[in-house]
Design a protein around this ligand. Sequence first.
Ligand SMILES: [Zn+2]
Length: 429
Amino acid sequence: MSDLAASTISLLEELIRNACVGEGEVRNADTLERFFAGSGARVQRFEPEPGRVSIAFTVEGGPSEPLTLLGHTDVVAVDRPKWTVDPFAAEERDGRIYGRGATDMLYITAAMAAVTREVARAGKPSGTLTFVGCADEEARGGLGAGWLAEQNPAPFSWQNCLSEEGGSHLPVDGDALVVVVGEKGAAQRRLVVHGDAGHGSTPYGKELAVALIGEVAQRIAAIEPAVQRSDLWEGYVRAFRFDPATEHSLLDGHGYDSLGELARYSHAMSHLTIAPTVLRAGSSINVLPSTAWLELDIRPLPGQTQEEIDDMLREALGDLAPAVEIEHLITEDATVSTTDSSLYRAIVDTYAEFFPGAPVVPILSAGGSDLRFARRRGGVGYGFALHDRERTLGDVLDQLHSHDEYVDVRDVELTAQAYRSLVGRFLGV
Ligand SMILES: [Zn+2]
């Protein structure tokens, strides 16, 4: 194993053991600062709230385009009884490293750090390289990359950014590799209805908030948004090289089952999705509640606006619409980067080095990443990693936030090598 791979793996294990579950990213920032000690990289720490530390390491370069690697250091919570290994021990077994965050995204964060340290020791790159260990990605970045982009954007460039995930394979003959070029937005809503308060023993003649919110939930669940045909969706479907009938039906938004394990993801990539997730009414069994509400996790595609979504909800509610208040919670438009950029071309060239001849397929992520902040600042952002041939996109998606999360050691090595190659290609070092 190369020095680069070995240092990536030992750093990954330490990041897992620090267990930065939704707080305490200062522990991973300290680990990273020790990891970079003596490398010559410039260190900057950012702490918008106590313990919520993001940290940047910069290798000053020449006047060419800069490159910024955004690796988050926080992880999501675990449901301990469902795990068969200690989620924070970073146990290595049968060629896998187990632990919360192993795939999402500490192996990439570790690879970014190891490559940046190697470049810092190697000499001056043609453009400036920065690696940022970002806090708070899993809670939408308000104390991490989002805070930096909005409150303190100057310490590093947002022009060319890489982050999670990418470089897994589509389950097709002859191989194909995916690059995440964009992500869906957020259009969270709370639908509130009112009813008559009163004693639970005398409901006669009362307007029941619970019955009303139940009807609202039925009508919302019946919404079937139309497929959105985009270049990304068409390129993705064509990459599978199905027979013409199957391809045609998928492009029209039908027959997702022919995509097997990728059916749910593929549906989300081509549709606005509306998931009812929180329902609340009442707190005492003998009191009629005067309000009830339903929360919706809605994820728009590029180009779909918040106004369109409210119109869609009101239309589905029909005659109930006047009785329903629609509150906006988190709202963020989808973001997508062009594939016509020097950084995208460097990704394609890097993949060709490891998997010659495999087509590269740009895709949209159904979830979020720190890259949207770069895109909003006018930069480009791509998900970049690299997996062994047998690791499909479905396999990687299955690991995100799962019980017994793991990453294959081979994928950690490949990702570190791929970052080293891409940084060399892009920054001439
Ligand atoms: Zn992540």
